[in-house]
Design a protein around this ligand. Structure first.
Ligand SMILES: NC(=O)c1ccc[n+]([C@@H]2O[C@H](COP(=O)([O-])OP(=O)(O)OC[C@H]3O[C@@H](n4cnc5c(N)ncnc54)[C@H](O)[C@@H]3O)[C@@H](O)[C@H]2O)c1
Length: 443
């Protein structure tokens, strides 16, 4: 009987390979943070034959992953995890051992809102500290930030920190490698990415990272540290701008009256210049952008630019429009509530920030519910095909009840509001003639 500790030691040496997957031990990667980005990154490198160590501080998350269960909703990921788990992907608590063995250290930890609106880098620097504490040899390593960090962070904060802490910097390189995947499409977005952006300022990092990514056959663009960081914000702030623009135009259209808003946007998308492009989903009104990335990234970029002396006026309005959108939606719902039935139960259809995901971070649903409560709405019943548990855990005590099916939410409500554009909500009008407020313009 091999003890747990001995098994772990064997795994660390990379020879515990019960499933017989061939391991290309020539490239060893450690990944800090096993969320949407980190788990995908770790498994992506495992898929191309690397030996990968996954590190996380969340015990529950590690326990679930060690049992072969991905603790969030992400298509394909369970199967891929089980293909590589304990073959060439090892979830380890032995951080020093993992770092010692690795040439590549990827940071995929959260960079949430900081107190002043910019990015909180606490998790990132804590992971960098664990890395630096583990290193006492002369092996070349590249420390790669995949987490989203504002422009100038690598040059002004990470590099000086790594250079200062100890005298190991001679053998350490620092780079960034922003990630563009979408939740709900993590695997294909990583494995078939449009481009790999490497923020590098030295030949050795460029060489090492190009070698690592080479088997994926994806165009690699090497840019300066700050350009790499900027490209990610360029992308997310543009998406946020498209969404806020669409919401502002929808609000203007509603003020004019007599305008078929959804139809107008669909006809806009028929313009050849859009050319069936996937971006049209962002040029469409809804409840405002939510989720983990767009809200915090627009805020971080705006704050960081202001700190550097430039106030981005368009972005300021993009954020303002998004902040106000849930209020406008709640007022619309409350108007119908007061107009038709004086008081009653509102059914909220959808809790995740977008369909196909159980992520409820910064979801418009929570803001709409809170605004409705401020407007005096006492009874709210909510339904979501997959995000109910997540929502309940993240927002305990919000004072709403939950339904287990569309039929149940329909039966228990006096009026209903579609807040997340789940396809299955299209059947709602067929259930009866209750008032439905289509906040996603999908019916
Ligand atoms: N979610 C997305 O769609 C997406 C897309 C592109 C980029 N990003 C960026 O990637 C980063 C990660 O996002 P995510 O959605 O994967 O976050 P996540 O919250 O799903 O995962 C982050 C993980 O990091 C772990 N962690 C925190 N501190 C740690 C430490 N010191 N050592 C080891 N693990 C630690 C947490 O426990 C958590 O499991 C963020 O900067 C985000 O902005 C996210």
């Amino acid at each position: 009987m091999v003890s747990k500790r001995a098994k772990q030691d064997i795994r660390m040496k990379g020879i515990y390979n019960p499933k017989g997957v061939s391991i290309n031990g020539s490239k060893t990667v450690s990944v800090f943070g096993l969320g949407f980005v980190g788990l995908t990154t770790a498994l992506g490198f495992a898929e191309i034959g690397c030996r990968v160590f996954g590190i996380d501080i969340d015990e529950e998350r590690k326990k679930s992953l060690r049992n072969g269960v991905v603790p969030f909703h992400e298509p394909h990921m369970d199967g891929i995890l089980n293909n590589h788990l304990d073959s060439n992907f090892f979830i380890t608590d032995e951080v020093s051992e993992a770092v010692k063995e690795s040439t590549y250290i990827f940071y995929c930890v959260g960079t949430p809102y900081g107190t002043d609106g910019t990015a909180d880098l606490t998790y990132l620097f804590s992971a960098i500290d664990s890395t630096l504490d583990a290193i006492n040899d002369e092996k070349f390593r590249v420390l790669v930030t995949k987490s989203t960090i504002p422009p100038s962070t690598t040059a002004e904060k990470i590099l000086p920190y790594v250079n200062k802490k100890g005298n190991k910097s001679k053998f350490l390189r620092v780079a960034n490698n922003p990630e563009f995947l979408r939740e709900g499409h993590c695997w294909e977005d990583f494995m078939e990415a449009d481009r790999i952006v490497l923020g590098v300022n030295d030949e050795k990092s460029r060489e090492l990272l190009a070698e690592l990514y080479e088997p994926m056959g994806i165009p690699i663009k090497c840019v300066t540290h700050s350009t790499g960081e900027f490209i990610k914000y360029l992308s997310n702030t543009l998406l946020a701008t498209l969404i806020s623009f669409s919401n502002e135009m929808a609000q203007a259209a509603e003020a004019f009256g007599g305008i078929e808003v959804a139809e107008a946007f669909r006809i806009l998308h028929m313009d050849k210049r859009w050319n069936d492009c996937n971006m049209t989903s962002y040029v469409y009104p809804g409840c405002g952008y939510g989720g983990y990335c767009l809200p915090k990234d627009t805020s971080a970029f705006y704050s960081q630019a202001a700190e550097k002396g430039f106030e981005a006026q368009i972005l300021k309005q993009v954020i303002q429009t998004n902040t106000e959108r849930p209020k406008r939606i709640a007022e619309r719902i409350a108007f119908y509530l007061n107009e038709y039935i004086q008081a009653g139960t509102v059914g909220i259809l959808g809790l995740s920030f977008k369909p196909g995901s159980d992520d409820v971070r910064d979801t418009p649903a929570i803001k709409i519910i809170q605004e409705l409560q401020k407007l005096g709405c006492k009874e709210i019943v909510a339904y979501d095909p997959i995000a109910k548990e997540e929502f309940h855990c993240k927002y305990p005590g919000i004072g709403i009840s939950y339904a287990d099916s569309i039929q149940e939410v329909y039966d228990r409500s006096d009026i209903l509001a579609i807040v997340t554009a789940w396809e299955e909500f299209r059947i709602i009008p067929a259930l009866g003639n209750k008032k439905i407020i289509d906040c996603r313009y999908m019916l």
